[in-house]
Design a protein around this ligand. Structure first.
Ligand SMILES: NC(=O)c1ccc[n+]([C@@H]2O[C@H](COP(=O)([O-])OP(=O)(O)OC[C@H]3O[C@@H](n4cnc5c(N)ncnc54)[C@H](OP(=O)(O)O)[C@@H]3O)[C@@H](O)[C@H]2O)c1
Length: 328
Protein backbone atom coordinates (compact mmCIF):
# COMPACT_ATOMS: atom_id res chain seq x y z
CA UNK A 1 0.00 0.00 0.00
CA UNK A 2 1.01 3.63 -0.45
CA UNK A 3 2.00 5.37 2.75
CA UNK A 4 4.01 8.28 4.07
CA UNK A 5 6.64 7.88 6.76
CA UNK A 6 8.49 10.29 9.00
CA UNK A 7 12.07 9.28 8.20
CA UNK A 8 14.04 11.92 10.13
CA UNK A 9 13.38 14.83 12.50
CA UNK A 10 14.17 17.72 10.16
CA UNK A 11 10.73 19.37 10.35
CA UNK A 12 7.54 19.47 8.26
CA UNK A 13 9.24 20.47 5.01
CA UNK A 14 11.56 17.49 4.67
CA UNK A 15 10.89 14.78 7.28
CA UNK A 16 8.27 12.88 5.23
CA UNK A 17 8.98 10.30 2.51
CA UNK A 18 6.70 8.08 0.43
CA UNK A 19 6.93 4.32 1.01
CA UNK A 20 5.39 1.15 -0.37
CA UNK A 21 4.51 -0.88 2.74
CA UNK A 22 2.81 -4.19 3.60
CA UNK A 23 -0.82 -3.74 4.60
CA UNK A 24 -1.33 -3.86 8.39
CA UNK A 25 -2.67 -6.92 10.25
CA UNK A 26 -6.04 -6.59 12.05
CA UNK A 27 -4.36 -5.71 15.34
CA UNK A 28 -3.85 -2.41 17.15
CA UNK A 29 -1.30 -1.80 19.95
CA UNK A 30 -4.16 -0.77 22.28
CA UNK A 31 -6.14 -3.95 21.46
CA UNK A 32 -3.45 -6.54 20.56
CA UNK A 33 -4.80 -9.23 18.22
CA UNK A 34 -7.87 -7.15 17.41
CA UNK A 35 -8.65 -4.00 15.45
CA UNK A 36 -10.89 -2.44 12.82
CA UNK A 37 -9.16 -2.46 9.41
CA UNK A 38 -10.19 0.61 7.43
CA UNK A 39 -9.78 1.45 3.73
CA UNK A 40 -8.76 5.07 4.18
CA UNK A 41 -10.54 7.70 2.10
CA UNK A 42 -9.32 10.70 4.08
CA UNK A 43 -6.78 11.25 6.86
CA UNK A 44 -6.81 14.18 9.27
CA UNK A 45 -3.69 16.30 9.74
CA UNK A 46 -3.12 17.94 13.11
CA UNK A 47 -0.62 19.84 15.23
CA UNK A 48 0.90 16.69 16.79
CA UNK A 49 2.13 15.53 13.35
CA UNK A 50 3.96 18.85 12.95
CA UNK A 51 5.59 18.32 16.34
CA UNK A 52 6.41 14.69 15.45
CA UNK A 53 8.46 15.80 12.41
CA UNK A 54 10.76 17.52 14.92
CA UNK A 55 10.64 14.85 17.62
CA UNK A 56 8.83 17.32 19.90
CA UNK A 57 5.60 15.39 20.60
CA UNK A 58 5.14 13.25 23.71
CA UNK A 59 4.66 10.11 21.56
CA UNK A 60 8.09 9.44 20.00
CA UNK A 61 7.96 6.22 17.89
CA UNK A 62 11.15 4.74 16.47
CA UNK A 63 12.00 6.05 12.95
CA UNK A 64 10.75 5.49 10.33
CA UNK A 65 7.04 5.42 11.19
CA UNK A 66 3.70 6.27 9.53
CA UNK A 67 2.17 9.28 11.32
CA UNK A 68 -1.47 10.33 11.38
CA UNK A 69 -3.96 9.83 14.16
CA UNK A 70 -7.38 9.74 12.51
CA UNK A 71 -9.09 8.58 9.35
CA UNK A 72 -12.44 8.24 7.68
CA UNK A 73 -13.17 5.41 5.31
CA UNK A 74 -14.93 2.09 4.94
CA UNK A 75 -14.55 -0.98 7.13
CA UNK A 76 -12.63 -3.81 5.52
CA UNK A 77 -12.91 -6.04 8.61
CA UNK A 78 -14.05 -5.54 12.20
CA UNK A 79 -13.81 -7.63 15.37
CA UNK A 80 -16.85 -9.62 16.44
CA UNK A 81 -19.01 -7.73 18.91
CA UNK A 82 -17.81 -4.32 17.68
CA UNK A 83 -21.16 -3.59 16.04
CA UNK A 84 -19.30 -2.76 12.81
CA UNK A 85 -19.33 -4.71 9.55
CA UNK A 86 -17.52 -4.73 6.21
CA UNK A 87 -18.49 -1.74 4.08
CA UNK A 88 -19.65 0.51 6.96
CA UNK A 89 -18.64 4.16 6.67
CA UNK A 90 -16.65 5.04 9.78
CA UNK A 91 -14.43 7.60 11.46
CA UNK A 92 -11.56 5.97 13.33
CA UNK A 93 -8.81 7.18 15.65
CA UNK A 94 -5.73 5.04 15.02
CA UNK A 95 -3.21 7.23 16.94
CA UNK A 96 -0.52 6.44 14.33
CA UNK A 97 -0.62 5.04 10.79
CA UNK A 98 -3.31 7.26 9.24
CA UNK A 99 -1.16 8.57 6.36
CA UNK A 100 -1.65 5.31 4.42
CA UNK A 101 -4.16 3.56 2.18
CA UNK A 102 -5.10 1.10 4.93
CA UNK A 103 -5.13 1.82 8.69
CA UNK A 104 -6.15 0.00 11.87
CA UNK A 105 -8.06 1.56 14.76
CA UNK A 106 -9.20 0.05 18.08
CA UNK A 107 -12.91 -0.77 18.00
CA UNK A 108 -13.65 1.52 20.96
CA UNK A 109 -12.27 4.47 18.95
CA UNK A 110 -14.14 3.70 15.72
CA UNK A 111 -17.53 5.30 15.17
CA UNK A 112 -20.17 5.05 12.48
CA UNK A 113 -20.02 8.05 10.17
CA UNK A 114 -23.32 9.79 9.51
CA UNK A 115 -24.43 10.11 5.87
CA UNK A 116 -24.64 13.85 6.60
CA UNK A 117 -20.83 14.02 6.49
CA UNK A 118 -18.38 13.26 3.67
CA UNK A 119 -15.12 11.41 4.31
CA UNK A 120 -13.04 14.60 4.57
CA UNK A 121 -15.37 15.88 7.30
CA UNK A 122 -15.24 12.47 8.95
CA UNK A 123 -11.44 12.71 9.14
CA UNK A 124 -11.89 15.82 11.27
CA UNK A 125 -14.46 14.42 13.63
CA UNK A 126 -12.83 12.44 16.43
CA UNK A 127 -9.78 14.36 17.61
CA UNK A 128 -11.40 17.79 17.47
CA UNK A 129 -15.06 17.12 18.28
CA UNK A 130 -14.52 14.48 20.94
CA UNK A 131 -11.95 16.81 22.53
CA UNK A 132 -14.37 19.74 22.27
CA UNK A 133 -17.19 17.78 23.91
CA UNK A 134 -14.88 16.37 26.59
CA UNK A 135 -13.37 19.81 27.33
CA UNK A 136 -16.72 21.63 27.45
CA UNK A 137 -18.89 19.08 29.18
CA UNK A 138 -16.73 16.69 31.20
CA UNK A 139 -14.02 19.15 32.27
CA UNK A 140 -15.64 22.58 31.84
CA UNK A 141 -19.02 21.43 33.25
CA UNK A 142 -20.76 23.66 30.71
CA UNK A 143 -24.49 24.30 31.29
CA UNK A 144 -27.09 25.57 28.87
CA UNK A 145 -27.19 29.37 28.73
CA UNK A 146 -23.56 29.86 29.81
CA UNK A 147 -21.00 31.85 27.81
CA UNK A 148 -17.84 30.24 26.40
CA UNK A 149 -14.75 32.09 25.17
CA UNK A 150 -12.79 30.06 22.59
CA UNK A 151 -9.13 30.76 21.75
CA UNK A 152 -7.68 29.69 18.38
CA UNK A 153 -11.31 29.71 17.33
CA UNK A 154 -10.74 29.29 13.58
CA UNK A 155 -8.52 26.23 14.10
CA UNK A 156 -9.52 22.57 14.22
CA UNK A 157 -10.25 22.37 17.95
CA UNK A 158 -11.58 25.94 17.91
CA UNK A 159 -14.23 25.51 15.18
CA UNK A 160 -15.29 22.20 16.76
CA UNK A 161 -15.64 23.87 20.15
CA UNK A 162 -17.78 26.67 18.71
CA UNK A 163 -20.17 24.16 17.10
CA UNK A 164 -20.39 21.80 20.08
CA UNK A 165 -20.89 24.70 22.52
CA UNK A 166 -23.75 25.98 20.37
CA UNK A 167 -25.29 22.50 20.31
CA UNK A 168 -25.10 22.43 24.11
CA UNK A 169 -27.04 25.70 24.30
CA UNK A 170 -24.15 28.05 25.11
CA UNK A 171 -23.27 31.53 23.82
CA UNK A 172 -19.86 31.76 22.19
CA UNK A 173 -17.16 34.41 21.87
CA UNK A 174 -14.35 33.55 19.43
CA UNK A 175 -10.78 34.91 19.70
CA UNK A 176 -8.93 35.02 16.35
CA UNK A 177 -5.95 36.81 14.79
CA UNK A 178 -7.01 37.73 11.20
CA UNK A 179 -9.98 38.73 9.02
CA UNK A 180 -9.89 35.38 7.28
CA UNK A 181 -10.03 33.56 10.63
CA UNK A 182 -12.87 35.83 11.76
CA UNK A 183 -14.85 34.70 8.70
CA UNK A 184 -14.18 31.04 9.54
CA UNK A 185 -15.15 31.50 13.19
CA UNK A 186 -18.43 33.11 12.12
CA UNK A 187 -19.03 30.28 9.65
CA UNK A 188 -18.55 27.90 12.59
CA UNK A 189 -21.34 29.75 14.40
CA UNK A 190 -19.52 32.16 16.74
CA UNK A 191 -21.99 34.61 18.28
CA UNK A 192 -19.28 37.23 18.72
CA UNK A 193 -15.70 37.55 17.50
CA UNK A 194 -12.84 39.46 19.15
CA UNK A 195 -9.23 39.92 17.99
CA UNK A 196 -6.25 38.43 19.79
CA UNK A 197 -4.18 41.58 19.12
CA UNK A 198 -6.85 43.94 20.53
CA UNK A 199 -8.32 44.44 24.02
CA UNK A 200 -10.13 41.07 23.77
CA UNK A 201 -10.33 40.52 27.52
CA UNK A 202 -12.21 43.79 28.11
CA UNK A 203 -14.44 43.17 25.08
CA UNK A 204 -15.24 39.65 26.30
CA UNK A 205 -16.15 40.95 29.75
CA UNK A 206 -18.43 43.55 28.23
CA UNK A 207 -20.04 41.19 25.72
CA UNK A 208 -20.71 38.60 28.43
CA UNK A 209 -22.04 41.10 30.94
CA UNK A 210 -19.23 40.84 33.48
CA UNK A 211 -17.23 37.74 32.58
CA UNK A 212 -17.46 34.43 30.75
CA UNK A 213 -18.30 31.12 32.39
CA UNK A 214 -15.83 28.94 30.51
CA UNK A 215 -12.64 29.60 28.52
CA UNK A 216 -11.44 26.85 26.17
CA UNK A 217 -7.74 27.40 25.53
CA UNK A 218 -5.79 25.41 22.91
CA UNK A 219 -3.26 28.27 22.57
CA UNK A 220 -1.74 29.03 26.00
CA UNK A 221 1.23 31.41 26.02
CA UNK A 222 1.04 34.96 27.34
CA UNK A 223 -2.73 35.37 26.97
CA UNK A 224 -3.35 32.99 29.87
CA UNK A 225 -3.50 35.61 32.62
CA UNK A 226 -5.99 37.69 30.64
CA UNK A 227 -8.06 34.53 30.13
CA UNK A 228 -8.25 34.16 33.92
CA UNK A 229 -9.21 37.83 34.23
CA UNK A 230 -12.01 37.36 31.69
CA UNK A 231 -13.81 34.76 33.88
CA UNK A 232 -16.77 35.55 36.07
CA UNK A 233 -17.11 34.11 39.59
CA UNK A 234 -17.14 30.27 39.44
CA UNK A 235 -15.63 30.48 35.93
CA UNK A 236 -13.51 27.63 34.53
CA UNK A 237 -10.44 27.99 32.31
CA UNK A 238 -9.94 24.70 30.47
CA UNK A 239 -6.36 24.01 29.31
CA UNK A 240 -6.37 22.14 25.97
CA UNK A 241 -3.08 22.91 24.21
CA UNK A 242 -0.14 25.24 23.62
CA UNK A 243 -0.02 26.26 19.96
CA UNK A 244 1.23 29.68 21.14
CA UNK A 245 4.50 27.91 21.88
CA UNK A 246 4.89 28.38 25.64
CA UNK A 247 3.30 26.69 28.64
CA UNK A 248 1.85 29.38 30.91
CA UNK A 249 2.24 29.47 34.67
CA UNK A 250 -0.50 30.68 36.99
CA UNK A 251 -0.21 32.61 40.27
CA UNK A 252 -2.80 30.70 42.24
CA UNK A 253 -3.76 33.69 44.39
CA UNK A 254 -5.75 34.86 41.33
CA UNK A 255 -7.93 31.75 41.61
CA UNK A 256 -8.56 32.40 45.29
CA UNK A 257 -9.30 36.10 44.84
CA UNK A 258 -11.85 35.58 42.06
CA UNK A 259 -13.15 32.10 42.91
CA UNK A 260 -12.18 30.61 39.57
CA UNK A 261 -10.67 27.31 38.41
CA UNK A 262 -8.01 26.13 36.00
CA UNK A 263 -8.86 22.67 34.67
CA UNK A 264 -6.81 20.39 32.42
CA UNK A 265 -8.48 18.54 29.52
CA UNK A 266 -6.37 15.75 28.05
CA UNK A 267 -8.89 13.85 25.92
CA UNK A 268 -6.56 11.07 24.76
CA UNK A 269 -5.18 10.25 28.20
CA UNK A 270 -8.67 10.19 29.70
CA UNK A 271 -10.61 8.13 27.18
CA UNK A 272 -8.08 5.41 26.27
CA UNK A 273 -9.58 2.04 27.05
CA UNK A 274 -12.76 3.57 28.54
CA UNK A 275 -15.42 2.05 26.31
CA UNK A 276 -18.39 3.64 28.06
CA UNK A 277 -16.96 7.16 27.97
CA UNK A 278 -16.10 6.81 24.26
CA UNK A 279 -19.54 5.43 23.50
CA UNK A 280 -21.19 8.32 25.35
CA UNK A 281 -19.08 11.00 23.64
CA UNK A 282 -19.48 9.29 20.23
CA UNK A 283 -23.27 9.17 20.66
CA UNK A 284 -23.44 12.80 21.78
CA UNK A 285 -21.29 14.00 18.85
CA UNK A 286 -23.39 11.97 16.40
CA UNK A 287 -26.55 13.43 17.94
CA UNK A 288 -25.13 16.93 17.34
CA UNK A 289 -24.37 15.89 13.74
CA UNK A 290 -27.96 14.70 13.28
CA UNK A 291 -29.31 17.92 14.79
CA UNK A 292 -27.19 19.96 12.37
CA UNK A 293 -24.87 21.61 14.93
CA UNK A 294 -21.73 19.64 14.01
CA UNK A 295 -20.38 20.11 10.48
CA UNK A 296 -16.56 19.83 10.43
CA UNK A 297 -15.07 22.70 8.42
CA UNK A 298 -12.45 21.39 6.00
CA UNK A 299 -9.97 24.21 5.46
CA UNK A 300 -7.71 22.58 2.87
CA UNK A 301 -7.36 19.22 1.13
CA UNK A 302 -4.14 17.71 -0.17
CA UNK A 303 -3.27 14.44 -1.90
CA UNK A 304 -1.09 12.10 0.19
CA UNK A 305 2.13 13.03 -1.59
CA UNK A 306 1.69 16.71 -0.65
CA UNK A 307 1.34 16.11 3.10
CA UNK A 308 4.44 18.20 3.75
CA UNK A 309 2.50 21.24 2.45
CA UNK A 310 -0.35 20.40 4.81
CA UNK A 311 2.04 20.28 7.76
CA UNK A 312 3.69 23.56 6.77
CA UNK A 313 0.31 25.26 6.56
CA UNK A 314 -0.40 24.30 10.18
CA UNK A 315 3.15 25.15 11.26
CA UNK A 316 2.89 28.60 9.68
CA UNK A 317 -0.36 29.43 11.53
CA UNK A 318 -2.14 29.52 8.15
CA UNK A 319 -4.58 26.64 8.72
CA UNK A 320 -8.29 27.13 9.24
CA UNK A 321 -10.69 24.38 10.24
CA UNK A 322 -9.43 20.85 9.58
CA UNK A 323 -6.61 20.03 7.16
CA UNK A 324 -7.18 16.72 5.36
CA UNK A 325 -5.29 14.31 3.09
CA UNK A 326 -7.47 12.62 0.48
CA UNK A 327 -6.42 9.10 -0.49
CA UNK A 328 -9.32 7.69 -2.53
N1 LIG B 1 -6.00 18.30 25.12
C1 LIG B 1 -6.42 17.51 24.17
O1 LIG B 1 -7.02 16.49 24.43
C2 LIG B 1 -6.17 17.90 22.74
C3 LIG B 1 -6.82 17.26 21.68
C4 LIG B 1 -6.61 17.70 20.38
C5 LIG B 1 -5.72 18.75 20.14
N2 LIG B 1 -5.07 19.31 21.19
C6 LIG B 1 -4.14 20.45 21.02
O2 LIG B 1 -4.90 21.62 20.72
C7 LIG B 1 -4.07 22.53 20.03
C8 LIG B 1 -4.84 23.08 18.84
O3 LIG B 1 -4.97 22.10 17.85
P1 LIG B 1 -5.68 22.47 16.47
O4 LIG B 1 -5.75 21.21 15.69
O5 LIG B 1 -6.92 23.24 16.73
O6 LIG B 1 -4.60 23.45 15.79
P2 LIG B 1 -4.83 24.50 14.61
O7 LIG B 1 -5.99 24.11 13.75
O8 LIG B 1 -3.50 24.72 13.99
O9 LIG B 1 -5.30 25.82 15.39
C9 LIG B 1 -4.50 26.39 16.39
C10 LIG B 1 -4.77 27.88 16.52
O10 LIG B 1 -3.82 28.37 17.48
C11 LIG B 1 -3.62 29.74 17.24
N3 LIG B 1 -2.22 30.12 17.43
C12 LIG B 1 -1.79 31.08 18.26
N4 LIG B 1 -0.46 31.18 18.21
C13 LIG B 1 -0.03 30.29 17.31
C14 LIG B 1 1.25 29.94 16.81
N5 LIG B 1 2.35 30.56 17.25
N6 LIG B 1 1.34 28.96 15.88
C15 LIG B 1 0.24 28.31 15.44
N7 LIG B 1 -1.02 28.60 15.89
C16 LIG B 1 -1.14 29.59 16.81
C17 LIG B 1 -4.06 30.01 15.81
O11 LIG B 1 -5.17 30.89 15.88
P3 LIG B 1 -4.99 32.47 15.77
O12 LIG B 1 -4.03 32.73 14.64
O13 LIG B 1 -6.38 32.94 15.49
O14 LIG B 1 -4.46 32.91 17.10
C18 LIG B 1 -4.53 28.69 15.26
O15 LIG B 1 -5.71 28.80 14.50
C19 LIG B 1 -2.79 21.77 19.68
O16 LIG B 1 -1.80 22.13 20.62
C20 LIG B 1 -3.18 20.32 19.86
O17 LIG B 1 -2.07 19.52 20.16
C21 LIG B 1 -5.29 18.92 22.47
Amino acid sequence: MRALQIVDLTGPESALAEADLREPEPSHPLTPGSGVVIDVHAAGVSFPEVLQTRGEYQIKPELPFVPGSEVAGTVRSAPEGSGLAEGDRVAGCCLLGAFAEVAVAPDFLTFELSDELDFAQGAGLILNYHTAYFALKHRGRLSEGETVLVHGAAGGVGTATLQVAKGLGARTIAVVSTDDKERVAREAGADQVVRSDAAWKDEAKELSGGGVDVVIDPVGGDRFTDSLRSLRENGRLVVVGFTGGSIPEVRVNRLLLNNTEVVGAGWGAFVMGKRDVNREIGAEVNRLVDEGFVRPIVGARFPLERANEALQLIDGRGATGKIVLELR
